[in-house]
Design a protein around this ligand. Structure first.
Ligand code: SF4
Ligand code: SF4
Length: 445
């Protein structure tokens, strides 16, 4: 059986600098022809103008380290760490460089070979292996965060100035703590029946952070599916999809999470597995690749990958029942990177919005540019994350839309805080929340 520490893509030990079986595959590493078509698609290159902060530059560093010409120094790791893994470069690349896969494999090498500061190592171990791996623990963290914010403790702590005395940027972490939903979304085996003739039976991923911060959007997603004739199963044994772990090169825990979800979803025998968070959908569509050398799971993982549908994609393919009540909002839509770049879905969410009577949709400039959220990036790369967040906010504000819509919790959190900093009244909502609102208005007219 495949070891959980192995990268499924890589051949074993090809390079002196990238040791062992989890090195990037040489066919991936040597695909880049240095043409530079990806440069202006890359947010970190656009912001800095530096070759080493571009896809081409980062790949050159990977090759240098792989071939043993360069040591894996703090500076080189820093260039890789600044990558958002937004995969905009994959879309722009005419040579088909699988950049996301390359960077995940490179990060696995970094975690193996490079000694990060102790504080960071402890944080990663707790975050990836303890909290994200357990929905129950995650809810405890969510409850504690909610209490910290709502009890006034946060204000008190800020007043004392104690955060500035602690090591690391604790004030920034405190500021980044997202607002929690009034009640959390919990998958515990519920079956939500279809309204009218049943068109499909689906399993739905609840996810991790979204269950705490955007529970109403998940509830809206379930209602929208049901009203469109879909029976929704919220399998009890599911958990976090493992996307954050895989992106960080933490393959072992990512695989454990994938196996758990595969068992939970297949148990329901669904026609599709629905995901309302772009980042999770993208990873689940790659479960087959993640577990391809695991004889017990490779076939099941392929099956779940082929069943996985982003909710916008699914509703569009199903043939959405267009709402009849109107919503007189001016909205814009932000492309989540893992929907537009990794899953190549840009049209379906826009078409769903356009099906709502009365709704005026306007395009923002750079709708497809990463907002700077990128999983844990907003915590680990404060400066670049803020720059990209502010850039996104100013593009949103320029549209004069009252609502910006998205399909990913990280983007929703990032845009909310960037719009707050910009003193904007524009609200952030999910596409499915607007559909849900339109359907609920039908009943009240
Ligand atoms: S994944 Fe995004 S940030 Fe990273 S190199 Fe590609 S375009 Fe740049
Ligand atoms: S577009 Fe592709 S081939 Fe060209 S430099 Fe970028 S990664 Fe390399």
């Amino acid at each position: 059986m495949q070891s959980d520490d192995q990268n499924p893509i890589a051949p074993s030990g090809t390079f002196p600098g990238f040791s062992g079986v989890d090195a990037p595959a040489d066919e991936d590493l040597y695909k880049c022809v240095h043409c530079g078509f990806c440069l202006n698609a890359c947010p970190t290159y656009v912001e800095t103008g530096l070759e080493m902060e571009s896809p081409r530059g980062r790949i050159a560093l990977m090759k240098g380290v792989a071939e043993g010409r360069l040591a894996m120094t703090e500076s080189i790791v820093g260039h890789w760490d600044l990558c958002l893994q937004c995969r905009a470069c994959e879309i722009a690349c005419p040579s088909g460089v699988p950049y996301g896969r390359l960077m995940e494999a490179t990060r696995a090498q970094v975690e193996k070979q490079f000694k990060r500061p102790l504080k960071e190592r402890v944080g990663r171990s707790i975050g990836y292996n303890r909290v994200l791996a357990s929905p129950a623990r995650l809810r405890w963290v969510g409850r504690a965060a909610k209490l910290y914010r709502s009890s006034g403790a946060q204000g008190l702590v800020r007043k004392t100035g104690i955060l500035g005395l602690l090591p690391g940027d604790q004030a920034y972490l405190d500021e980044s703590l997202p607002e929690m939903s009034d009640r959390f979304f919990k998958a515990s085996g519920q079956v939500i029946t279809a309204e009218g003739p049943k068109k499909a039976t689906v399993a739905m991923l609840a996810g991790c952070v979204m269950t705490l911060t955007h529970a109403p959007a998940l509830e809206a997603a379930v209602r929208v599916l049901s009203i469109n004739g879909v029976e929704v199963h919220l399998a009890a044994n599911q958990g976090c999809c493992g996307a954050l772990n895989a992106h960080a090169g933490e393959f072992k825990s990512a695989r454990e999470m994938a196996r758990k979800n595969i068992d939970a979803f297949l148990d329901v025998s669904p026609d599709a597995v629905i995901v309302a968070s772009a980042g999770c959908g993208s990873t689940m569509k790659e479960y087959g690749e993640l577990l391809r050398d695991d004889p017990a799971y490779s076939e099941k993982a392929d099956r779940v990958s082929s069943l996985t549908r982003d909710i916008h994609e699914f509703l569009f393919e199903l043939g959405l029942r267009a709402p009849t009540a109107s919503l007189d909002y001016k909205v814009t839509y932000q492309d989540a990177c893992h929907l537009a770049n990794a899953q190549r879905i840009t049209d379906a969410p826009r078409q769903l919005l356009d099906s709502i009577p009365g709704l005026e949709r306007v395009e923002m400039a750079e709708a497809g540019m990463c907002c700077g959220s990128a999983g844990t990036y907003s915590i680990t790369q404060k400066e670049m994350s803020r720059r990209l967040g502010d850039r996104k906010a100013s593009n949103i504000v320029a549209t004069e839309a009252e609502i910006v819509t998205t399909g990913n919790p990280g983007c929703a959190l990032q845009m909310t805080s960037a719009l707050d900093r910009a003193d904007s009244q524009t609200r952030v909502r999910y596409v499915v929340e607007l559909l849900d609102e339109a359907y609920s208005r039908e009943q009240s007219v």
